[in-house]
Write a protein that binds this ligand. Structure first.
Ligand code: HEM
Length: 382
């Protein structure tokens, strides 16, 4: 027992050192000049895959720098319960570092988050949350293959090589029971402190992204986790939207015009109504000549939860550069209307939207947490 536990932690330690060395070399620095504390040690601490909720949503607190999402369909003849149970078991051994399919790599802070699409949820119980397909919105150019899907596998890790290896292991486990529809990898850059241990990275437009959300336990109980019905308690609803962003047109704007699009300062993340990065925006604040400090069409105003009349969504998006520069928007919330009502209000006048083209989109019921005795998906599928 002790020997099994010792092995991965020793390999994780060696792996972290190797990551720091490689980071220094690829950055063109002397290995000795790598900034201590910014690289692997904190990021590569193991994250438990088991518990009341799946990992990769609120844990680790700072999302890992590398992501790979695979969206697949489940073969009609496949028994969903055993498939999910096998995938959950594979996630456990992969995250523990005891799985030969890792090819000797330390998993570090690997997390795998699995959700099921509306078709499967309807099959389990049409009265459950997660049965509705996402409606169509403006500025979409979505290939039928990239709309919807039966299974979401979100894989995140500090080590960029781990997600594709884990994806191959999980898809291999499923065999011909799964047919891949689309996959997307993404990255997050260095982070900025926000508040009480919360950090957020910059997006490809240069703005700090991920400030507002259900970050306290009370907010997460209220807006993030499903508390019932019993089969979904501990789960949540995930929305994925791949967006191409018109970087040349945005970058050509003066900084003040860029800031007006978001409603925040680009350098500090502070709302245009003042305060600090963590302050609530004052949506009523005006200039002496009567103009809103946070413009009427600013993203911050259009997407503000109180203005929309919904709860908070936990955004955990990643920057992408394939097939084009943009954002893999990922949000978690316990009511799909938090997302759909927000995007509907954005559709009706958000300055940010004209810079976006959505090329993939799907929603999933993220299954409740699992452990050795309670297999993944067992509350929903036999
Ligand atoms: C699917 C479309 C999107 C939705 C539903 C959405 C939702 C949100 C929400 C709810 C907020 C918090 C507003 C508040 O309460 O103050 C927000 C803020 C923000 N969003 Fe979006 N967003 C979307 C697309 C984008 C895109 C494409 C970008 C980047 C290009 C982006 C970047 C930001 C930034 C920088 C902030 C302000 C900082 C923050 O609160 O994290 N969003 N968004």
């Amino acid at each position: 027992m002790g020997r099994i536990e010792d092995k991965p932690s020793r390999r994780a330690f060696l792996g972290a050192g190797a990551t720091m060395l490689v980071a220094g070399l690829t950055a063109g620095c002397e290995p000795g000049s790598a900034q201590p504390g910014r690289d692997a040690p904190a990021a590569s601490a193991a994250v438990s895959p088991t518990g009341p909720h799946q990992a990769g949503i609120t844990l680790p607190r700072e999302a890992q720098p590398n992501l790979l999402v695979v969206v697949a369909d489940v073969d009609d003849g496949a028994a969903v319960g055993p498939l999910l149970a096998e995938l959950g078991e594979a996630v456990r051994t992969l995250a523990a570092g005891t799985d030969a399919r890792l090819l000797g790599l330390p998993p570090g802070d690997l997390t795998v988050t699995i959700g099921v699409g509306p078709r499967l949820v309807r099959r389990a119980d049409p009265s459950l949350p997660g049965t509705a397909d996402l409606p169509q919105f403006s500025r979409e150019r979505i290939d039928p293959r990239a709309r919807g899907g039966d299974l979401m596998v979100q894989i995140c890790a500090g080590d960029a090589v781990v997600p594709p290896i884990v994806a191959a292991a999980l898809l291999g486990q499923a065999g011909d029971r799964l047919r891949e529809r689309w996959r997307q990898s993404g990255r997050r850059g260095s982070t900025n402190p926000v508040n009480e241990g919360l950090t957020a990275p910059r997006n490809v437009f240069g703005f700090i992204d991920g400030i507002v959300g259900p970050h306290t336990t009370a907010q997460q109980q209220r807006d993030l986790w499903l508390t019932g019905p019993a089969p979904v308690a501990g789960g949540t609803i995930a929305v994925l939207r791949r967006m191409e962003l018109d970087l040349p047109r945005f970058a050509a704007l003066p900084v003040a015009a860029q800031e007006a699009v978001f409603g925040r300062r680009r350098d500090t993340g502070t709302p245009l109504s003042g305060g600090t990065i963590a302050s609530d925006p004052d949506l009523g604040a005006k200039t002496p000549d009567g103009r809103y400090l946070v413009p009427a069409d600013a993203h911050l105003r259009r997407a503000h939860s109180t203005a929309v009349g919904v709860g908070l969504m936990l955004r955990r998006s990643y920057t992408i550069d394939e097939p084009a520069p943009g954002l893999l928007f990922i949000s978690f919330q316990n009511d799909i209307r938090t997302f759909t009502n927000t995007l509907t209000r954005m559709d009706n006048g958000d300055a940010l939207l004209s810079f976006t083209t959505t090329t993939a989109g799907a929603s999933f019921l993220v299954l409740p947490g699992f452990d050795e005795r309670h297999p993944l998906g067992a509350t929903l599928f036999r």
